[in-house]
Write a protein that binds this ligand. Structure first.
Ligand SMILES: [Zn+2]
Length: 253
């Protein structure tokens, strides 16, 4: 357990909390890109609008009890909510295993959950919302300021370099191929990685994300999800590299 001033919570608490956070991330993924209001929980069945009962608000368990169907109209609710709830548990488990220390587990898990949300939205819509990427840049600088104030200029420079390098790469790619290779959202997400991780780790984020991106592209092609010149979203690869480097604290490759 670590004291962050008045803030003192055991790290293991992220694990039982994770399915509930995952359920709420599902709401954000469904509503944020559509510009809908973000409520605290799922309001009801998306098919018949029946409000969820208290049991249905317990993530994962309710899915198993009701075999993935709405208790009122029986419509199949799909894998989306259990999948994002399980992914949120995986993020919490990774954050907890990497560092059992209370405060750091909470910081890592909160970053991981935010990145999970951004990556999921990018995979579905090819857009990384500014509300997430710009907040991550700001929060990364604030966290750096509180935990290691002397590194603030290094991390601010890494944020600027991260953004600038991806914008430059995209301009070069555009002049050669007459289409965009990397989105503005990717540049802002790399800036956030710079703000959190600093200059020395930034190249590892880019290299790791590239390797993960190539693996995702090969897997998608094998499973028939990707054809010909079709684009893949780079956000998920970048988010995963960012999270892994944050929790391990060392360069992976
Ligand atoms: Zn229903």
């Amino acid at each position: 357990m670590t004291d962050f001033g008045q803030f003192s919570l055991p790290g293991w608490l992220v694990l039982p909390l994770a399915p509930f956070i995952g359920s709420w991330l599902g709401v954000v993924v469904r509503r944020l890109p559509a510009g809908r209001r973000l409520a605290l929980d799922r309001s009801g069945c998306e098919h018949c609008n029946t409000p969820l009962g208290p049991a249905a608000l317990v993530p994962l368990c309710s899915f198993i009890w009701q075999r993935g169907r709405c208790r009122h109209c029986g419509v199949w609710l799909g894998w989306f909510y259990p999948a994002i709830e399980l992914a949120a548990v995986a993020v919490a488990a990774a954050a907890f295993c990497a560092d059992g220390n209370g405060g750091q587990v909470w910081i890592d898990a909160a970053l991981g959950w935010t990145l999970l949300c951004a990556a999921w939205i990018d995979a579905e819509t090819f857009r990384l919302p500014d509300s997430i990427t710009l907040s991550l840049i700001l929060i990364g600088l604030v966290v750096t300021w509180f935990l290691n104030g002397s590194a603030i200029f290094n991390h601010a420079a890494a944020a600027a370099l991260g953004y600038g390098s991806f914008r430059l790469l995209d301009m070069i790619y555009f002049s050669l191929r007459k289409r965009h290779g990397l989105g503005q959202g990717d540049a802002k997400l790399l800036a956030a990685a710079g703000a959190w991780l600093g200059l020395a780790v930034l190249p590892y984020v880019v290299v790791s994300a590239g390797i993960i991106g190539i693996c995702i592209a090969i897997l998608s092609r094998r499973t028939g999800g990707l054809r010909g010149e079709q684009m893949i979203a780079f956000g998920p690869a970048l988010a995963l590299a960012f999270f892994l480097l944050q929790i391990t604290g060392v360069a992976l490759f």
